[in-house]
Design a protein around this ligand. Sequence first.
Ligand SMILES: C[S@@+](CC[C@H](N)C(=O)[O-])C[C@H]1O[C@@H](n2cnc3c(N)ncnc32)[C@H](O)[C@@H]1O
Length: 247
Amino acid sequence: MRIDIITLFPRMFDGPFRESIIARAIAAGIVEIHIHDLRGWATDRHRTVDDAPFGGGAGMVLKPEPLFAAIEQLRGENGHVILMTPQGQVFNQQLAADLATYNHLLFVCGHYEGVDERVREHAIDRELSIGDYVLSGGELPAMVVVDAVTRLLPGTLGSHLSTVEESHAGGLLEYPHYTRPRDFRGWRVPDILLSGNHAAIARWRHEQAVRRTLERRPDLTRKYLPHLLQEHKDGDEDAGATTTSGL
Ligand SMILES: C[S@@+](CC[C@H](N)C(=O)[O-])C[C@H]1O[C@@H](n2cnc3c(N)ncnc32)[C@H](O)[C@@H]1O
């Protein structure tokens, strides 16, 4: 996969993309990431890329000319252009899996008050938010999306199962993990994990995943796995217990 990122602050990407899994994916040729300074497409002596908003108000707006020039030069044949914005669709694991099927992603990072509306209307394929809060720029959001997508690319993680079993992959949060020592300050690893009975361990892990999703994120269960909710309610009713409120 090829990834291009248009930003006013290219150096922000130095750390996250030079470490750990993304760095390994780059070294292995699974992904190539190109960071572009938007000022490279400014045409005046001062390399201006922003201006005051028409109608007045606080802050500056990223001008359309440099952004259009950058996107048109970089998008190529089949580049999918993504604007990072708190007004976009909220990013999740399904969207990460969808983006992982593209050959070429091009991220546009806003700053200040954001980008001129004509960029959004005429140069962008998709708008993504990483959550309902406002950050200073689109750089951290772009890094979040690139990380989530890169780890799904075939070959990036050692085991394909890592991404199949983990939280959000199938609508469930993942089961708890333990490692040595077996007893830490009197808190013991569940016996089942030491039993060597792989079928029983798989059953226990699935039960744990269902339980913690119901407890922590009933909204996920409602959305992706409504049958689990019904089974949980039936089980509680059989046991004469009241169901968890709000489910
Ligand atoms: C201060 S924000 C602009 C907010 C904009 N004035 C608004 O109210 O919608 C500057 C830039 O940060 C990025 N940004 C901020 N919060 C974000 C979020 N939750 N998800 C994705 N991008 C975000 C966007 O690229 C945005 O253009």
